[in-house]
Design a protein around this ligand. Structure first.
Ligand code: BGC
Length: 428
């Protein structure tokens, strides 16, 4: 028997990022990266899903699928196209989008930075520049003052660890650097940017009399498992990689605890800088040396990432051990280009969550629609809703039908499971 009920008050919805869905903007680091020929299928982020123009249609669709929450982004490059120049039209656009969500009874969670920088900021060195944190804070100040009556929940920085690892260690994402010192500097800047934004957002909303403000950063967390549980080198490598990839950044951004990996910048004191844990969980890595891999014989998604549902509980437990806060799963999903097993993926993760006894309160599926999947371009499909990029037509996938039925029923019955979730996974 495969079924579960969602706990009382648990909310379902989906997540996206401004650059990945909006289309139209060419003043950002990712458009530049596309132009330089780094995207595997040659597609270009300035097309994406045209969500900037079609957000009303998208919100209608979301609402028809029973979604109650939506994690959306605002794009810095649109709001501050030149340094210190803020675009009133872009801000008005986001006010409209937030209002449209609220009219449909969908609670927004707003991401302020999701891998995208305006070109002027990128060209001055991005978050390695000594003034980067102050500059970011001016942007946050403007956005939050303009939108705070329509939105009470914020993600400051999305996945500081993924941005920094790919952009400054592997050099596969913009700006394409490979420098340990820059890697550490950017993480230090993100820590200061988050800690100071946390205080600022609370202060701005408090001044206006709002007492329901909630702020966090979104952590990309993985399980790092030693290939052999008896091999001390594998065990040590798994711990080291976890420390470098996620544990140090969690301690610094959640608790202001900097150290050997992430230096302390002014304004960062020890404290508690999140009102909830924002967990982005996708996969487990199997470690046998100083890089991560995927074990043989395990279920994998279309990008070869292991599907390991219990990991969502392991990662949430690690966060809850550091601070007792409610857990929002702010991203979880699979690149499943033919929508063969996405419903089962969702079922397996939500079942783990509901049986864990941990304070999971929200699930934002990644993603609402297919969208521009960074280096994979338009070819990596994560959506509950299919996008035809040529016509921009939206079509709810089978997994989307499943999601809507689960939202309507408040859980998954044996019948629903049989109908949608019994497909096998691909195995590596
Ligand atoms: C990111 C998303 C991305 C997703 C799937 C996360 O790391 O926040 O932007 O599309 O994973 O790769």
């Amino acid at each position: 028997m495969a079924h579960f009920n969602l706990p009382e008050g648990f909310l379902l919805g989906s997540a996206s990022a401004a650059l990945q869905v909006e289309g139209g903007d060419r003043n950002n680091n990712w458009y530049d990266w596309c132009r330089k020929g780094h995207i595997k299928d040659g597609s270009d982020i300035s097309r994406a899903c045209d969500h900037y123009n079609r957000y009303r249609e998208d919100i209608e669709l979301m609402s028809s699928m029973g979604m109650r929450i939506y994690r959306m982004g605002v794009e810095w490059a649109r709001i501050e196209p030149n340094r210190g120049v803020f675009d009133g039209e872009a801000i008005a656009h986001y006010r409209d989008e937030l209002s449209a969500l609220r009219e449909r009874g969908i609670e927004p969670l707003l991401t302020l930075h999701h891998f995208g920088n305006p070109m002027w900021f990128e060209e001055m060195g991005g978050f390695t520049h000594p003034d980067a944190v102050d500059i970011f804070l001016e942007y946050v100040d403007t956005v939050v003052r303009a939108l705070c009556d329509l939105c009470s929940e914020y993600i400051t920085i999305n996945e500081p660890n993924v941005y920094t690892l790919n952009g400054y260690f592997y050099g596969t994402w913009p700006p394409g650097h490979k420098s340990l010192s820059e890697y550490r500097r950017v993480l230090a800047a993100f820590t200061a940017a988050h800690v100071r934004s946390y205080g600022l957002i609370h202060a701005i909303r408090m001044e206006r009399g709002y007492t329901d403000t909630r702020v966090s950063f979104a952590l990309h967390a993985r399980v790092f498992a030693p290939k052999s549980r008896k091999n001390p080198f594998h065990i040590l490598s798994a711990r080291l990689i976890s420390e470098l990839f996620q544990d140090a950044v969690t301690r610094s951004m959640l608790l202001g605890k900097c150290g050997a990996v992430i230096p302390r910048l002014p304004g960062v004191k020890r404290g508690l800088y999140c009102d909830f844990h924002a967990l982005n969980y996708y996969s487990r890595s199997t470690v046998s040396g100083l890089s991560d891999g995927v074990a043989a014989g395990v279920p994998v998604n279309d990008l070869g990432w292991e599907i390991y549902p219990h990991g969502i509980v392991e990662c949430a437990q690690t966060l809850c051990d550091l601070a007792e806060l409610p857990v929002y799963v702010t991203e979880n999903g699979a690149c499943d280009n033919t929508d063969a097993y996405r419903a089962r993926f969702i079922f397996d993760h939500l079942k783990e969550m509901t049986e864990s006894g941990l304070p999971f309160v929200r699930y934002y599926h990644w993603s609402f629609t297919d969208n521009f999947e960074w280096l994979e371009g338009e070819s990596g499909r994560f959506g509950l809703v299919h996008i035809d990029y040529e016509t921009q037509e939206r079509r709810i996938k089978k997994s989307g039908e499943f999601y809507a039925a689960m939202a309507a029923e408040g859980g998954v019955s044996d019948e629903l499971y049989e109908k949608y979730c019994s497909a096998p996974y691909n195995v590596k």
